[in-house]
Design a protein around this ligand. Structure first.
Ligand SMILES: Cc1ncc(COP(=O)(O)O)c(C=O)c1O
Length: 424
């Protein structure tokens, strides 16, 4: 059955035909994947697509990396759910903590959403405070606390960005402008003794890709410390992607709590909260901040994650080199065709903002770029056999198995696709 027919059926059984909204942005209908291997997706319609989305970040070794596949097969052969601890969870924990927070502790959960939800609860439990501060355009998953966008004035009390989030809950989340320490200081001046934590994507990956400007993360560290609030780095995307130690290592700034997901599960559902023991011991069962999960530390996710990190320890640089090649090619095509653009890249994650040539440093900048032109680019790239994120607000990713051959393919595709996208 082809994608069109599958989507028609899907629309009868899923709201909008999909199980996560971004998938519905692929027009005229989402393609259905029959199989994936290395840097490629193979659709039920017979298309072969170079994958620059990689499951929205987790698949940094590409699809079906032999080491990961073997680890999953071997784990399946031993059963896949015990309701009791299993050895691999200790191994994966030690591996992660060796890079992310030596001497720290970790709690495995199942998604990035659960990780940020738990981190925020932990910060509130630890500090005894109510409020959190997040940034306009940062995404931390789909729970109520973080589904809040900025009001027009930075630091204003938040308004829900989803119906169903009670105003009373949204009011507990303050919103500041990304890369703008004044807006953070403002919020702290007004509510400093009530703020439990600042949660931030140390490289924003949900409004395109936006790196922190020099001093921003240091500034957050300084401000939170001076007011007794905790600093949460949401490294669900950046963890084990921009470096093995994530943004903390990359930018030399230490957070109190780090949330992880995506890469550490090698493509299996996963999330994790990492912090020093003095914080983590507040989680149940040692402490009173509740967290639990039937599937926490799922054996298959532990196996896939461990194999992924073992390979990454030797090969992470390859993914960054591949993205450097992709970005060079993008710049060259856009310049040749006379398009205004800005490209932000941090190692193996990047995004192009079309219709703007100024720096893109916050959500307002990202929103003012030409998303319509970007969507056309996405569409024509797909027709040229390359899958880039369907929205300007998402990131594109490279893997360790994107080689010079894939960069050449990308180059050929983008030259043609951008030309078509620009046609009236
Ligand atoms: C920075 C960040 N945090 C948290 C999440 C939520 O993760 P999940 O989709 O696994 O719940 C995402 C998802 O894209 C994310 O990008």
């Amino acid at each position: 059955m082809g994608s069109r027919k599958l989507y028609r059926k899907a629309k009868e059984v899923f709201p909008g035909g999909v199980n996560s909204p971004v998938r519905a942005l692929v027009e005229p209908e989402p393609f259905y994947v029959a199989e994936a291997r290395g840097p490629y997706l193979y659709t039920v319609d017979g298309e072969k697509l170079l994958d620059m989305v990689l499951g929205y970040g987790p698949l940094i070794l590409g699809h079906r990396h032999p080491r990961v596949e073997e680890a999953i097969r071997s784990a399946v052969g031993k059963g896949w759910l015990y309701g009791a601890p299993s050895p691999l969870e200790v191994e994966l924990a030690e591996k992660i903590l060796a890079h992310v927070k030596p001497g720290g502790m970790i709690r495995f959960v199942n998604t990035g959403t659960e990780a940020t939800m738990t981190a925020i609860r932990l910060a509130r439990g630890y500090t005894g405070r109510r409020l959190i501060l997040k940034f306009d355009g940062n995404y931390h998953g789909s729970h109520d606390q973080v589904l809040v966008a900025a009001g027009s004035a930075a630091g204003e009390l938040g308004v829900p960005s989803s119906s169903g989030v009670p105003r009373e809950v949204a009011n507990l989340t303050l919103v500041a402008r990304y890369n703008d320490l004044h807006s953070v200081e403002d919020a702290f001046r007004r509510h400093g003794d009530e703020i439990a934590a600042v949660i931030v994507e140390p490289v924003a990956a949900n409004m395109g890709v936006i790196p922190p400007v020099p001093g921003f993360l240091d500034g957050l560290r300084r401000i939170t410390r001076s007011y007794g609030a905790l600093l949460i780095f949401d490294e669900v995307v950046t963890g084990f992607r921009i470096s093995l130690g994530g943004a903390q290592e990359y930018y030399g700034v230490e957070a109190d709590i780090v949330t992880l997901g995506k890469v550490i599960g090698g493509g299996m559902p996963i999330g994790a909260v990492v912090a020093e023991k003095r914080f983590m011991e507040h989680l149940t069962p040692t402490g009173k901040v509740f967290n639990a999960g039937t599937f926490n530390a799922h054996p298959l996710a532990m196996a896939a994650g461990l194999a992924t990190l073992e390979v990454l320890e030797k090969e992470i640089q390859r993914a960054s080199e591949a993205m450097r090649g992709v970005v060079d090619v993008l710049c060259e095509s856009a310049s040749r065709l006379g398009v205004e653009y800005t490209i932000n890249r941090v190692e193996s994650m990047a995004q192009i903002f079309l219709g703007t040539s100024g720096p893109v440093e916050n959500a307002e900048h990202a929103r003012s770029s030409d998303n319509r032109l970007y969507k056309r680019l996405h569409h024509y790239m797909r027709l040229q056999g390359v899958f880039i994120a369907p929205s300007q607000m998402e990131a594109i990713f490279a893997s360790t198995v994107h080689t010079s051959q894939e960069i050449e393919l990308f180059q050929e595709a983008v030259g043609k696709a951008l030309k078509r996208a620009l046609e009236p």
